[in-house]
Write a protein that binds this ligand. Structure first.
Ligand code: F0G
Length: 458
């Protein structure tokens, strides 16, 4: 018999209690956190969908590896295992271990960047953009047009616009730091990138002599979409598809906190020996020696195992189909969504949900606060709070989309947790006309969404 029900392909071996709260308690907690979920205490959160980064559950095999970790300063056996796992997957010879993705970004983009340099991506993730801009360089996003329309149906909405890429590389000849393809495209809705698009990017970069970097933190999830949506890929394994994508790039940056299936870790992988040497010098100054970088031996053990487990077809099937399950439930309720549903998260179009709240009053922030208030659900605004900017003259820029992300931690929540989230949305839909906008009362210059303070508008 073929079952309809997609079960979690694991048994639960260890549990962590969830603190349940009342709406009145959460109203107090939200106020104390200045209406910014990043400032909430996690013990006050019922279902934490803030991020899929570093929030997953490790397997028994990974936990066993934690005890096996070799904590030697130099030449650790755990490093040898992790280096080999990354080399086998990426086909790249030089591997630099970092404590997380942004550390690898700081090293490579700090080195390649600087005033006058230009970086081009399908969409730079916020830390990627911040590291590039902090170096003085400019970051340009060129997703395909369908990728910017939440309702547009396209199998690979994460793709990069190849025509624009070609033009930009011509226009900025000699000033391009790197071209960065983010798979899946997190800030663009967790949407996948096709192998054909990656091939196009690679060919155009080669023609212009530009460095092609893969931001591969969700490369296994991306491979699921390629296998199921791209012609001729159905018979390839997920790992093989990922390897084909890596083969097209000159280097890769990975936050292992996603498809590395660990709570902390990352790496930079490169083909070019000279570039790797320059980056290694920065690694030693700011992260650690070459055979541990920013990691403990036990972390490196867990990464080596995680990079293998993530390509298990039963796991990937469950992973993608459980994200889709939540998306489908919300779609049935009439919640405006980024569709088709992406890999690690469901993205809600807050602009369409709350048409009475203008971008200057942050409709995404309004939804994030409602979700916490009604269900203790923590989510993240991916719109003008995250990507808008306060300019020197006090005016503000706004993002093209006002999204809210419900990111699903790996192997953590069961189907009833997800049903609870859907039920909370029934109330969100019933009360949508009453939702109010916000104003920012305090914000830092970079990555303002993390620490900004808000106030509800009357
Ligand atoms: N690139 C992408 C595409 C990411 O999604 C992230 C992190 C990073 C780089 C940076 O990695 O956190 O290990 O330093 N994304 C997390 C998220 C934070 O919630 O989407 P990091």
């Amino acid at each position: 018999m073929k079952h309809r029900t997609i079960i979690e392909p694991f048994r639960i071996k260890s549990v962590e209690p969830i603190g349940l709260s009342t709406e009145a308690q959460r109203a107090e907690q939200l106020k104390a956190a200045h209406y910014n979920p990043f400032l909430l205490r996690s013990e006050d959160v019922v279902i934490d969908l803030m991020t899929d980064s570093g929030t997953g559950a490790m397997s028994a095999h990974q936990w066993a590896g934690v005890m096996e970790g070799d904590e030697a300063y130099a030449g650790s056996r755990s490093w040898v295992r992790m280096e080999k796992a990354v080399q086998d997957l990426t086909g790249m010879r030089h591997v630099l271990p970092t404590h997380q993705g942004r550390a690898a970004e700081r090293i490579i983009y700090g080195h390649l960047g600087g005033a006058g340099k230009v970086f081009i991506s399908n969409t730079h993730f916020d830390t990627t953009r911040a590291n590039i801009e902090y170096s003085g360089a400019t970051a340009i996003d060129i997703p395909i047009p369908e990728g910017q329309d939440p309702a547009a149906q396209h199998p690979f909405k994460g793709n990069m616009d190849l025509e624009q890429l070609d033009q930009l590389l011509k226009q900025h000849q000699g000033r391009v730091g790197a071209v960065i393809l983010t798979v899946t495209n997190n800030s663009g809705g967790g949407q996948p990138v096709s192998l054909a698009n990656a091939e196009g990017v690679s060919a155009i970069c080669k023609r212009h002599g530009a460095l092609f970097m893969l931001d591969c933190c969700r490369v296994a999830e991306n491979s699921w979409f390629v296998k199921h949506r791209e012609a001729g890929m159905g018979n390839r394994s997920y790992r093989e598809i990922a390897q084909r994508m890596f083969a097209l790039a000159d280097g890769a940056v990975m936050s292992a906190k996603k498809d590395g299936m660990v709570n902390m870790g990352g790496f930079l992988a490169l083909r070019d020996a000279d570039l790797a040497e320059a980056c290694t010098n920065l690694l030693i100054i700011t992260e650690g020696f070459t055979t541990y970088g920013g990691l403990s031996g036990r972390d490196m053990e867990a990464i080596a195992t995680g990079l293998d487990e993530v390509f298990d077809p039963h796991y990937l099937d469950y992973r993608i189909r459980s994200t889709t399950f939540l998306g489908d439930r919300l779609h049935e309720l009439g919640v405006p969504l980024m569709r088709p549903i992406g890999g690690h998260a469901v993205y809600i179009d807050a602009k369409a949900l709350y048409p009475h709240i203008p971008p200057a009053q942050y409709p995404g922030q309004a939804l994030v606060c409602e979700l916490y208030l009604l269900g203790g659900i923590r989510s993240v605004e991916i719109g003008s709070v995250m990507f808008g900017k306060r300019l020197e003259d006090g005016t503000e820029t706004y993002h093209a989309m006002e999204l809210v992300r419900l990111a699903i931690p790996r192997r953590v929540y069961t189907q009833s947790h997800i049903e609870y989230v859907a039920e909370t949305f029934e109330e969100i839909m019933r009360t949508r006309d009453r939702a109010k906008g916000f104003r920012i009362v305090k914000e830092p210059r970079f990555l303002r969404h993390f620490t900004a303070h808000f106030e509800p508008l009357p």
